[in-house]
Ligand binder design. Sequence first.
Ligand SMILES: *Cc1c(COP(=O)(O)O)cnc(C)c1O
Length: 399
Amino acid sequence: MMERFTGAFTQQEPIPEAGIEAAIAVMRGGRLHRYNTIGDEVAEVALLEQEFAAYTGAKFALAVASGGYALGAALRAVGVCAGDPVLTNAFTLAPVPGAIAAVGAVPVFVDVTRDLVIDLTHLERMIGETGARVLMLSHMRGHLCDMDALMAICDANGVQVIEDCAHTMGAAWNGVPSGRHGVIGCYSTQTYKHMNSGEGGFLISDDPEIMARAILLSGSYMLYDRHLAAPAPEVFEALRMETPNVSGRMDNLRAAILRPQLRDIETQVDRWNALYRTVEAGLENTPGLSIITRPPQERIVGSSIQFLLDGWDGDRVVEVINRCAARGVELKWFGAADPVAFTSRYQHWRYAPSQDLPQTDAVLAGLIDMRLPLTFNTEDCALIARIIRAEVSAVYQSA
Ligand SMILES: *Cc1c(COP(=O)(O)O)cnc(C)c1O
């Protein structure tokens, strides 16, 4: 009998009861805006920022309306201007080049390696060719490059690093949390990421001026003294009249549902990794399929898994995807000619100058991606791996 999987790849867990109760309390009070406090009340958003700063080890944290907003604010806060080249990964998702284009800057793509990280040789070359002074580094699908080597290259060339940690909240390289290598780390708390407030995000930094600018940008209406994870008020003095307001604050309702999730995040990381390692083990030694090796320095958060069908024809990749879909397993392919839902690739972003990246094209042509929501358990993941293994083998052997 042919096994079928019946779970939903886009179904997240419910919000913890403590978050639901805290959200109801915020709504009962009516003070949803982060600066709407009475007496010596401290807003949920301010508490969340303090807790997120403590979790990541950053001096400062700011909660905002989305991960994409965090990326845009980060670019403005480090002083990126219209026309500036900004380096970023060719393998990422649309909000990343979108944030660069939205400030009028010019995305410059850097190749991806077969390990799904930024190609450091190509990075160095593109720094030289473009004179770019900012890298927006996307830890796409949770893969961390050799962060020590990357920072050495960027520091030697005076390139500031903004980390896009939309897929790496909870991850680390050599014990240093993702988001803590560059000058700013940006996170998303959108439904499909590691904490779920529908929409939302964070910026973290140790740099007082950069964080003061980000807070002013977010729309602090000179009420920055109500923050608990912000630089001292003096830092704002020189910046407060010359930093434009680009409103993108988080509200107390979202902060209320995020605070209990942040308390649970380490448990969630362990649960994700158990799912990831189950699928990985189930796919090992499948003919025609390459697993992505994860280096020992990397602490992963396995909320999704990728593998390569190296050198396969597009038609056969599509056949695997269709056969898996018929058995309830939803795979995404980064080699598709047209963007499909969240999955698109650098040639689809026509607002960026076109580049020819054969190495990236070869990797993306065989790259398969699958979500692992926490509504799955390890038995589900073992079944999913059996289905993928059977269908990949069947198509591979019929070649
Ligand atoms: C989701 C995502 C973002 C942006 O997050 P939003 O909250 O959706 O704006 C940025 N980068 C990557 C890689 C993402 O997947």
